[in-house]
Every structure is written in structure tokens, then in C-alpha cells.
Design a binder for this molecule. Structure first.
Ligand code: URA
Length: 425
């Protein structure tokens, strides 16, 4: 097998054979295929695609590059959720303890933010003492004792994807549906969950800008999961405007705790409950009521135990950024658009996100929204508060908010996008 013939096959729009796929993934993981060769192949895949047979084999080869976890010893059925990433997407935080409170075990291997999308681990690390890195044994122990664990994926899980994802990130090859689907599903299948709910985001703040692309990604991932014996369902959900009223790390933890206390913004509550119902259904738990588990405090109890089991103090005061800047409404009327991407970029520039994987993030930085599309605003009223420890970042963040919102004359009809746009099972 030689790598140049593999690259040429895909460059010339051919179908990669199972042997070619197994070999190239293994040889790349071992360092025999160089980064520049793999990036040429990734670009050929981005341009010419892969069919479902190729994608399934590519995913299997990435799973085979590392270890597989197994939760068979647990007394509860396992259910996991994966979001393709968005702005203000803090849903994992209330969702994992909520679904655990309803009887499932939730092994939630999560990631860090990159670019304008936030990362669950960065958010949770704003809680004093909380640790993202657990050994497999620690992870199983937290899962077994509290019902839920949110932590970083260990180095042994799909190492081919780790290497390939870092390469795609710097070679303009992230946005290829076959590569995204195989990247996400190789980790989820290797993790060993029995059921999986995918939250595929659609809109300006998401990877998938159109509903057609989101459907294609979702149905590819559902097929990969189902063919591997994981009960998999996908919701396509709106990411044209930020979820909830915060985008940032500690800011989003605070909002998640409000949801667990029975309050919080209605869109966050609605999506949390919709995903919880899907996870419980996929796990075969029929008689639980997640709305009740939010209202009666049982989800909050699991949250506190889960955070404490990973060294965090669930009652500690969360970090607050040193400086604030208020953005006011430029006119009176109905707020008809508040762009998720622009708000995400502002939060990132304020210090909530990172430009390179090794950059630190500011726990208190981000954007707090005071109005959402559909609300009536008055000229001069606060629309957003920007938070950062480094006030010299305000100007740069404000540049991304220059055309982030529209205000139409009072009385203008406004119809909000539904949160859940479609379901693929
Ligand atoms: N998340 C992943 O894990 N992989 C991708 O390719 C894109 C998003």
C-alpha cells in the first residue's frame, strides 16, 4: 500500500477500498503517513466526498486505532448526548444530571471550545476545584456513584481522530460532512454508550449553515450509530441566535444552575427537556418525568454530587470578570435578529474562547444578553453587557457586534424559529 495511490484515488473521485482506508488511518496514527499527505487526502475528501460504505469503514478504522470503553457492569442503561457546537450552548450542564436523576447513567465525554463556539470543559473549569481530566477508573467511579460524569476523553480513545482533527483544524478541512460524522461517531462508539442523542445545530452560529447540510450530517451519524448497535437519534436545533442569555464560561454555569433550580431562560429549559426526553426514550426509560426532576430539586442534587465528585465546590462563588461594558439599543422597536455567530465572536474576543488549543481562557469573560429576538426594546436601553478581565479587548469585541442585531419599527410582526427544527431517527 502506498499513500500516494490512496490520495490519487480520492483526488480522481474514486471510491477508497476498505484496505486503503484501514491502512491509511493506521499508518497515519503510527506516523508512517506524514501530516502533509494526510492533509492532501482530507482536502480530496472535502472536495469529492465519501459514500456511506467508505464513511462506515473510515469510522471503524478510527475506532480501531484506540481502546473501547465498556459500561456493561453498570446497573443503569447508558445515554449520551453530543452537540455539534454553538453559542451559549450550555445544555450539557443541566442535561447530564437531569437525565441521571431520571434513572439513566450519563457518560458525557466533552470537549473544549475552539473559535466562536464554547466548550463544556472550559465552562465547568470555572467552578473552583473542578477537574476535567479523570482516569478511566475515576470516570467509571463518578458515573457509578452519581449517575453522571462530564470529563475529557482520555488519550486512548480514537487517537487517530485526535491527530486528524488537529490537522483538519489548521488545513481548512473541518467542514466536510464525512469527516465530521466519522470524527464524532468514532469517539461516541468507542466510548461504549448504549444510546446517543445528537443535537445537530443549524444556523449562523453552527458548523452547518443550512437545514439540508444539517440533515445530511445527522442522517449520516444516525446510520453510523445504528449500524454499530448504538440506539441513535438526532434533533436538528436552531443556532441562528444564542441559546439563553449568556455566552461565556462562568456566565453559562450560572445560567445552568438557574435551570437546575427550576428557573432559567425558556429556550434553554425547552431544549434541555426535549433532549432529556429523547435520551430517556433511547435508553428505554419510559416512566420518568424530567420536568418534575427539575422542579423538585432531584436534578440539582445530582449536579452537586457530580461536581463535588470531580473536586469542585458546587456552592462556591463563581468568578466574575473585572470589567464590564454595556451595549445599548440604537433604536426603539422590536428586536428581530440577534446573530449567534457575531455574539460568539464577541465572547471569544473578550477572552471566553481560545485561538489555539493551548491558549488559556478567562473564566469570567463573555456576553450577557438583556433582550432576545421578539422583545420590544427602547433606544438607549441595555442590550448586552460585555465582560472581560482585559478591557483593551472591548473595542475588538465591539467590532464583531456592529451589525449583530436588527430592530424593526414597533408593531412589526415577528415569528421566532422553533428551537427543534427536525428529528431524524
Ligand atoms: N466535533 C468533532 O468532534 N469532530 C468534528 O469533526 C467536528 C466537531
Amino acid at each position: 500500500m502506498d499513500v500516494i495511490s490512496v490520495i490519487r484515488t480520492k483526488r480522481d473521485r474514486g471510491e477508497l477500498s476498505p484496505e486503503q482506508i484501514d491502512w491509511v488511518i493506521d499508518a497515519y496514527t503510527r506516523g508512517e503517513v506524514a501530516d502533509e499527505q494526510m492533509s492532501a487526502l482530507a482536502m480530496a475528501i472535502l472536495l469529492n466526498g465519501m459514500n456511506r460504505t467508505e464513511i462506515a469503514r473510515w469510522t471503524a478504522a478510527m475506532i480501531a486505532s484506540g481502546e473501547r470503553m465498556n459500561f456493561d457492569a453498570l446497573s443503569r442503561p447508558t445515554a449520551d448526548k453530543h452537540s455539534t457546537g454553538g453559542v451559549g450552548d450550555k445544555i450539557t450542564l443541566p442535561l447530564a444530571p437531569l437525565v441521571a436523576a431520571c434513572g439513566a447513567a450519563v457518560p458525557q465525554l466533552s470537549g473544549r471550545g475552539l473559535g466562536h463556539t464554547g466548550g463544556t470543559l472550559d465552562k465547568l473549569e470555572s467552578i473552583p476545584g473542578w477537574r476535567a481530566l479523570l482516569s478511566n477508573e475515576e470516570m467509571l467511579n463518578v458515573l457509578d456513584t452519581t449517575g453522571a460524569v462530564i470529563c475529557a476523553a482520555g488519550d486512548g480513545l480514537a487517537p487517530a481522530d485526535k491527530k486528524l482533527y488537529a490537522l483538519r483544524d489548521v488545513t481548512g478541512t473541518v467542514e466536510a460532512i464525512p469527516l465530521i460524522a466519522s470524527s464524532i461517531m468514532s469517539k461516541k462508539i468507542a466510548e461504549g454508550t448504549g444510546s446517543l442523542v445528537l443535537d445537530v445545530k443549524v444556523g449562523t452560529g453552527a458548523f452547518m449553515k443550512t437545514i439540508e447540510d444539517a440533515r445530511e450530517l445527522a442522517s449520516t451519524m444516525v446510520a453510523l450509530g445504528t449500524d454499530s448497535g448504538v440506539r441513535t437519534v438526532a434533533l436538528l436545533t436552531d443556532m441562528s441566535t444564542p441559546l439563553g442569555l449568556t455566552a461565556g464560561n462562568a456566565l453559562e454555569v450560572r445560567e445552568s444552575v438557574e435551570v437546575l433550580a427550576g428557573g432559567g431562560p425558556s429556550d434553554v429549559v425547552e431544549l434541555t427537556l426535549a433532549l432529556a426526553r429523547e435520551m430517556l426514550d433511547a435508553a428505554g426509560i419510559k416512566d420518568a418525568d424530567p420536568a418534575k426532576a427539575l422542579a423538585d430539586g432531584s436534578a440539582m442534587d445530582v449536579w452537586k454530587r457530580m461536581i463535588a465528585a470531580q473536586g469542585g465546590d458546587p456552592d462556591a462563588t463563581l468568578p466574575v470578570a473585572r470589567e464590564q461594558h454595556v451595549v445599548t439599543a440604537s433604536a426603539s422597536g422590536v428586536l428581530t435578529r440577534l446573530d449567534a455567530y457575531d455574539v460568539g465572536i464577541a465572547a471569544w474576543r473578550l477572552g471566553a474562547g481560545r485561538a489555539r488549543k493551548e491558549d488559556p481562557v478567562q473564566a469570567g469573560a463573555g456576553v450577557e444578553l438583556h433582550a432576545k429576538p421578539g422583545e420590544t426594546v427602547t433606544a438607549g436601553q441595555p442590550l448586552m453587557t460585555l465582560h472581560t478581565d482585559t478591557p483593551e479587548k472591548f473595542d475588538y469585541a465591539l467590532q464583531s457586534l456592529g451589525s449583530a442585531y436588527d430592530i424593526a419599527p414597533a408593531g412589526t410582526e415577528f415569528t421566532a424559529n422553533p428551537i427543534v427544527l427536525d428529528r431524524i431517527a
